[in-house]
Design a protein around this ligand. Structure first.
Ligand code: CMP
Length: 139
């Protein structure tokens, strides 16, 4: 069984898309094993996205991610990391395939509704970044 981290970003939270996004993953019969709404600190987000710290979009990305509450959740299923990446679509919402979450609920390359882990290795790191072991349901 694999797990992946999904973040419902401030744009999608403020537009009331939390339920719609969770419903999409439920329809795939993925198991939701952890979920919380948080207001992350600047330091937290800078650390989470530290791989991008030299990129020109880093500062506005951090501002965006701390502009309002986010929902962090962990989903579990076989081969879920790649499956979720397909379901959310490409980073730029304007280029994301029709019917993907970013196409449906995002706006552009930064304001793109959701984040999802891009590999099993990163998923494990990202899950540990936001959740204590006791916060994750063991099936
Ligand atoms: P995410 O999947 O969370 O990973 C890094 C985030 O940086 C990405 O979604 C976007 O929100 C943002 N991002 C990535 N590339 C760009 C870009 N070229 N311009 C602006 N923001 C970007």
């Amino acid at each position: 069984m694999e797990r992946t981290l999904v973040i419902i970003k401030p744009d999608a939270v403020s537009k009331k898309y939390i339920g719609d996004i969770i419903k999409i993953f439920d329809q795939y019969k993925f198991d939701l094993v952890a979920l919380k709404m948080i207001r992350p600190s600047r330091k937290n987000i800078e650390e989470f996205y530290s791989i991008h710290k030299e990129k020109e979009f880093f500062k506005p990305l951090v501002e965006f991610m701390i502009s309002g509450p986010i929902v962090v959740c962990v989903w579990q299923a076989q081969n879920i990391v790649l499956a979720v990446r397909e379901i959310i679509g490409s980073t730029d919402s304007k280029k994301a395939k029709q019917g993907t979450i970013r196409n449906l609920f995002g706006t552009d390359g930064r304001i793109n509704a959701v984040h999802a882990s891009d590999s099993v290795e990163n998923a494990n790191k990202e899950i540990c970044f936001f959740f204590e072991k006791e916060e994750i349901i063991e099936n």
